[in-house]
Design a protein around this ligand. Sequence first.
Ligand SMILES: Nc1ncnc2c1ncn2[C@@H]1O[C@H](COP(=O)(O)OP(=O)(O)OP(=O)(O)O)[C@@H](O)[C@H]1O
Ligand SMILES: [Mg+2]
Length: 421
Amino acid sequence: MESIQAIKQRFGIIGNDPKLNRAIEKAIQVAPTDISVLVTGESGVGKESIPKIIHQLSHRKHGKYIAVNCGAIPEGTIDSELFGHEKGAFTGATQTRSGYFEVADGGTIFLDEVGELPLTTQVRLLRVLENGEFIKVGSSKVQKTNVRIVAATNVNMFDAIKKEKFREDLYYRLSTVDINIPPLRERKEDIHLLFRKFSSDFALKYKMPTIKLADDAVPILQKHRWNGNIRQLRNVAEQISVLEQNRTISASTLQGYLPNGSNNLPAVINTSKSESDFSNEREILYKVLFDMKSDLNDLKKLTMELMKNGNVSEVEKDNEGLIQKIYGESQKDNYTEEFEDLEVLAIPEQADEDYHSDIKTQDKYHFAEEIEEEETLSLHDKELELIKKSLERHQGKRKLAAAELGISERTLYRKIKQYDL
Ligand SMILES: Nc1ncnc2c1ncn2[C@@H]1O[C@H](COP(=O)(O)OP(=O)(O)OP(=O)(O)O)[C@@H](O)[C@H]1O
Ligand SMILES: [Mg+2]
């Protein structure tokens, strides 16, 4: 039997938590049998490795492994997807089609988000589990299959049973062996380890130096609640890796990437609350940045006018609105003094093109403009890349991508339009 360490290495599982080790050990023990396994645990804890381990260590490893996300298939087509259909069974069924249970004969089917299965499909599934029998949609012929089922859920199955959304008999049939993956907050020792691993992966990927947490940031990382578990931790590591210039991450910088700061409050039932808090924070930052940029542009315009004209009071008169916008009411009396202190460069009147090329060589402050342009560009590039990747990861599902990016769906929609994605 392969050791737990070897399995972790083979399947890219990081961590040494005893509860995680126990889950992997259970998977190794149960793999050679045909027993049905139910993998439970919160979203993002790493449930998907378990069915893979079970399949690879079983006598079915040369057979097919099919992972089905039950929550992603529309209710109307799920029976046909799983069990196949006969030609003419419904509008559009132009050909007889085999379902996953037929195709995976001799292999393993992983039913992810099994709690989402409609009740009618649950009845069919129970039958396969009990005697390997199934019937294609629109057929009356009973077929046989030999499939090992591993299911996973992040919902409380007892609640679902109580609400009559899940059949109790099916639950017991599926969960002959229950493998629970603990939430990340219960694997405190693994949190920093995982963060270091993800940071080094992203450093390689983005060809940047690896980020490193300052000593005072480590406890903040460990105390955080990590409602999105490892998926969330990895996203935070990715965001910081891409966005932070200073590669040593202080406690306050890290806090900026965690919803609700560093709090360790009990789970919030409505997670959109914490997301919206975080998105507000980020939106405020964006707003400040864009306001600054707009001020800077106004200032550039004003400086240009001053350089061209050289007459402060005339420029002041012509640009009253602009001056008020930049300096506000309260500063109205002071700005002229500030302007008077400025050394106004005498630029000779020239054709526009000459004028600009001349400025490039003469104006010692011109570098400021170039740097500003570059920074804005790379900020946009980084943001664009993050959005693109997140949308890809979630197959274009904006709700999931927005949650992952920590912004509201509306903001994401705006950005998709802005970047023409
Ligand atoms: N111990 C681990 N070491 C390294 N990466 C991990 C570990 N656990 C999970 N991951 C990574 O975290 C991400 C989320 O894991 P996974 O998809 O298995 O979550 P899940 O439990 O199936 O969540 P959901 O219920 O939302 O589907 C994956 O990219 C996975 O590779
Ligand atoms: Mg999953």
